[in-house]
Ligand binder design. Sequence first.
Ligand code: BGC
Length: 469
Amino acid sequence: MHLFLLVALLFNSIVLFGQSNVPQAILAENGLSLNFPAGFHKGVAISAFQNGGERYGLSNWGFFEETFIHANAKTMFGPAIKGGQKVGVAADFWNRAFDDIQLLKELGCNAFRFSVEWAEIEPEQGVFNEEVLAFYEQFCKELIRNDIIPMVTLHHFTHPQWFEDLGGWTNAENNLLFVNFAIRVFDRLSEYVPFWCTINEPTVVAACGYVLGIHPPGKCLDFKTSGTVLYNLLNAHVQTYHALKARKNGANVQIGIVHQMLQAEPFDPNYSSLYFVGKMRELMGMPLANFLNSSFAHDVTKEFLRSGSFEYHMPLVGVHISEYNANAVDSYDFVGLNFYSKVIFGPGPTCYNHQYMTDMDYPARSETIYDAIVEMSELGKPIYVTENGVADKADIRRAGFIVDYLAAVRRAVFDGYDVRGYYYWTFMDNFEWNDGYDMKFGLYYVDYKTQKRTLRNGALPFKYLFTVG
Ligand code: BGC
């Protein structure tokens, strides 16, 4: 019987009999435990902005919320932020982070990935907020006291608006401002933090901010700037890596980049004539399709990490960027892989009959995370799955999604691929960028009026199906 059916049966009976604790032994007896090697990271991931919004500083996203929603007419791809939603205090991270450590323990996590919020730490250029730095320091210490490894992300989509006003990532000279911030944080936290992610998803920043216009600064179809931003972000990673490695504790910690494998393929002709529709769309949509559908940005990024050469060519719109940075090759101790699915394009996002779409309009396809791991292993570095998860408001898909994806990751581990951790996205419901609060990725449901957290039934496989040993 399919693993998911077994799990569904088991968890239905848990709900029916009102039991909330399923001994690991019962799962194991049913062949339902997924054992990973000792030391494997079992974690959840968040970003501070998505979970707590902003308090002291103004970030590029805060500015975007205030200004850009009025300019929706200029966005070719629909509203920049659905319904003009704003982050507010989100899941109240700044006040509840310490209490939530108990929830991490309840899930059985031994690792936690979170970001430091640049706009909070350096609200004005060169002015650092000691209170926020102390908050992070105490928080890391508390995680360690609870046997939870902190993994810190230095840039997760947001940065101070003052940085954006200087041109942000469009200006290569600004990279040093980020490096300077990173050093400040690193010197404060490196004693407690063994895992560091420099930049979260450079390809997504470039695509959403400069091609789709759904993230700040809200530019559409500006392929040239998108390419420049991608290059500057990748270089910022390289510069940060080498700068941090030279600091005290630098040699003892692991520093990586987090890459989202954005991939897509047209609907398969063996399944339906929709293939031709998908193919037509792909051709007509060039170069947008080139950018997204044919995994262009992914290929460019991977090649940069492999060889240091950055070849970004879009002949149809006359964009050619050719750069080389010899320091890129040795600029990461691990690869952070964010992976959700490989999108299928028919007349719109779609899936085959045996699959299902998630609330985010991508299909659940656990086999594709295996393929992603195989591909990223070509870089020859350990891989941490730094994000994987499902938006599922009805909570009917989450359990199956987790079981299937974890089984695929486990298969990769036991086939010899060097995967060292899995972080589910996300710990609890939070602000899903341009989708606002409509998307529910959380293992914990959050009632935003009371801030009460409730573990979803669909989260139970994450809690139990993950033994270490
Ligand atoms: C981002 C997260 C986001 C998640 C789900 C990733 O691209 O790093 O911030 O919430 O995907 O869409």
